[in-house]
Design a protein around this ligand. Structure first.
Ligand code: NDP
Length: 255
């Protein structure tokens, strides 16, 4: 294998300014890909883009027209999209009986409808590519229920339905469609979960961080670069027969 197996490919990453998205940008860039980074906040996107020589594009994935414009900008800078990493996501927590319709709508709009609109925007490019990839960043919450996060779990279960249906439908094309299902990862999203658990329990941040960390069977948070490494693996030419897979990376929680 060459040092730069993704040379000449264009990878578009939603939620690319922070956490798993930023780590993925670094590894795909190191493997030779041109990088476009989408998200709502320009500042973190610009920081990552300058580190990877990539293109930052402001985009809210809940806005269909905004996605269309953002993909046009990304194409102008880096050409047709070969690798689409559907990573943008949000999380909120509430006991089910207190979960509001507004919170449900927010989560579904970003995590599921946003993913649908993102893939539809990229599809014409992906179907023209030599060896295309769609990689959804799903969750272990795609595989089981999560107390206080029914909306999040429903959105992430939905992603697997979308992924598996696309993988079956396009199995004879040159595009594969897969999902990665992380346990708790050391990112800003987990920091926000720590704050919420700390507030709900009133037991402080250290207790909350330890409780969340121990949700992973390994007793440690997953390194975002480890998720990025799995994304890279799925994107390699030799992975073209990995299709329709939900790949867990959670320190053994789903075992
Ligand atoms: P981050 O909060 O760091 O990343 C989420 C990214 O999504 C941010 O860069 C954010 O940027 C972007 N985003 C959120 N809403 C929108 C929107 N409406 N439009 C465009 N971009 C948006 O956390 P992670 O890196 O952990 O999360 C990445 C993915 O991994 C998510 O899908 C998450 O559900 C999933 N995941 C995370 C786990 C964890 O433990 N952290 C575990 C399992 C899965 P901005 O706010 O600037 O728009």
């Amino acid at each position: 294998m060459t040092d730069r197996p993704l040379e000449g490919r264009h990878a578009l990453i939603t939620g690319g300014g922070t956490g798993i998205g930023a780590a993925t940008a670094e590894l795909l860039h190191a493997a030779g890909a041109r990088i476009s980074l989408l998200g709502r906040r320009l500042e973190p996107l610009c920081d990552v883009a300058s580190a990877v020589g990539g293109t930052p594009v402001q985009c809210d994935v809940t806005d269909h027209d905004n996605i269309t414009r953002a993909f046009e900008q990304a194409r102008t800078a880096n050409g047709l999209i070969d690798l689409l990493i559907v990573n943008a996501g949000i999380a909120e927590s509430a006991p089910f009986h207190k979960m509001t319709r507004e919170s449900w709508d927010r989560i579904i709009a970003v995590n599921l409808t946003g993913a649908f609109d993102t893939v539809q925007a990229g599809l014409p490019d992906l179907l023209q590519a030599e060896d295309a990839r769609v990689v959804f960043i799903a969750s272990v919450a795609s595989l089981r229920g999560v107390p206080y996060a029914a909306h999040y779990a429903a959105s992430k279960h939905g992603l697997l339905g979308l992924m598996r249906s696309m993988a079956a439908e396009y199995a004879k094309s040159r595009m594969t469609v897969n999902a990665i299902c992380p346990g708790y990862v050391d990112t800003p999203m987990t920091d926000q979960s720590v704050s919420r658990v700390s507030q709900i329990t009133g037991k402080g941040d250290d207790f909350a961080r330890s409780a969340i960390t121990n949700m992973n069977a390994s007793g440690r948070l997953v390194d975002p670069t480890a998720i990025a490494n799995l994304v890279l693996t799925v994107c390699l030419p030799l992975s073209r027969d990995i299709n329709g897979a939900a790949i867990t990376i959670d320190g053994g929680t789903a075992a």
